[in-house]
Design a protein around this ligand. Structure first.
Ligand code: ARG
Length: 392
């Protein structure tokens, strides 16, 4: 029998895939769960489900550090946000795909399977990376068979596949964020029920006292909180914890998917919001107006590339180089105030600051105001001409 490696999360879609691949595709199934910082039970459960459903072999692949260093840090440097979404799922998919390709090579499998439906973005993200790195056949059983969630549920019951307990939402969680879709959330006018959230406190339960945080960056990479140096993984976790406690990081948006469908998306992304806000504040201090302006355009393009699953497009690498070069001066500290769901920048400093307090000060005389008069006099010369000539 042909061997297939299935990217396995232990959720409904991928659990159903194990059986479908065995029964309908007549393949030997190797399952693999890639750890990108999902909760412990989402690492343990796949192993036990794989065992119960009967996959040939199951692998757990720890990719957490790579996820932070090669993906999350790039996203911070780029201030990557797509339509208000800080790209947690979108950033993890290419890495998961890379790990699965590696495993397929090691196992001598000539097919790779994933549990994506035909309506979402992840099918693009997985398959573009798989195809750019291997010649494996790609199988998407749920999409191939055009299955609905209810049909999947029935099939699962009929062949004794254990279902995740009480999951009415479709949730994807990793270190950079938690995405919640489906069920009551599909009506865009319905307020997300409190049970959709788990990383962020409702405002009523947040501390009454505000908390100040100082985040330090070195070349665009956050490395300490309140002067305490932290390992990358711990730093991100701690930011999630602190900001989440203050009710920061809930996002409710209508998002434009790759295929054009609009979808209602709920996210919890406390660390992403905190760190990107701080990072932007530091950039304002050290980058020139021209860099900031172009940086914004580059950031939008970068975010779209990530969202669209084009990780291996050379433009992504080109932009990473641009950002890396700009980040040479993004070193310094940013002070933030967290209180009742609000996040405010209250201070920033850097050895590369372009802010000249002496010159901008009202008390300064070194910059002779009179010299600027000539600059002002002819400012807007075209608008003046237009008003005088064309508006008569
Ligand atoms: N809309 C987001 C994206 O395309 C999140 C998808 C998360 N999946 C989920 N089952 N909730 O990246």
């Amino acid at each position: 029998m042909e061997k297939v490696v299935l990217a396995f999360s232990g959720g409904l879609d991928t659990s159903v895939c194990i059986k479908l691949l065995e029964e309908k595709y007549e393949m030997d199934v190797i399952t693999a769960c890639v750890d990108v910082g999902q909760p412990r039970e989402e690492i343990d459960r796949p192993a036990s489900v794989a065992d119960e459903v009967g996959s040939l072999k199951h692998y757990t692949i720890d990719a957490q550090e790579e996820f932070v260093e090669d993906f999350i840090f790039k996203a911070i440097k780029a201030n990557a946000i797509y339509e208000g979404y800080s790209l947690s799922t979108a950033l993890a998919r290419p890495l998961i795909a890379m790990k699965i390709v590696e495993l397929a090579k090691k196992e001598g499998a000539n097919a790779i399977a994933h549990g994506c439906t035909g309506k979402g973005n992840d099918q693009f993200r997985f398959e573009s990376v798989i195809r750019s790195m291997s010649d494996c056949k790609v199988i998407a059983p749920i999409r191939d068979l055009n299955l609905t969630r209810t049909e999947e549920m029935e099939y699962a019951k009929s062949c004794g596949i254990p279902l995740p307990a009480d999951k009415h939402y479709s949730i994807d969680e990793n270190l950079w964020g938690r995405a919640i879709e489906g069920d009551a959330l599909e009506d865009p006018m319905v307020e997300p029920p409190e049970d959709a959230f788990s990383w962020t406190q409702p405002i009523e339960k947040t501390p009454d006292k505000a908390q100040d945080l100082t985040i330090e960056f070195e070349k665009g990479i956050p490395n300490s909180i309140n002067d305490e140096k932290l390992f990358p993984l711990d730093l991100i976790s701690k930011c999630n914890e602190i900001a989440g406690m203050h009710g920061i990081g809930r996002v409710d948006i209508i998002e434009d998917r790759i295929i054009g469908l609009k979808s209602r998306e709920i996210y919890e992304t406390p660390a992403a919001l905190l760190l990107i806000t701080a990072h932007k504040a530091l950039e304002q201090l050290v980058l020139t107006r021209e860099e900031l302006k172009f940086g914004e355009i580059a950031s939008n393009t970068y975010s779209e590339i990530i969202y669209n699953g084009m990780w291996h497009d050379p433009l992504r690498e080109d932009l990473d180089q641009l950002f890396d070069n700009m980040q040479k001066r993004v070193t310094g500290q940013v002070k933030l105030k967290l209180h009742k769901g609000s996040l405010r920048v209250i201070g920033r400093k850097s050895p590369y600051s372009l802010y000249q307090e002496e010159v901008v000060s009202f008390e300064d005389k070194a910059l002779d105001q009179r010299e600027i008069a000539g600059m002002v006099k002819h400012y807007g010369i075209q608008a003046a001409a237009y008003n005088k000539i064309c508006k008569k």
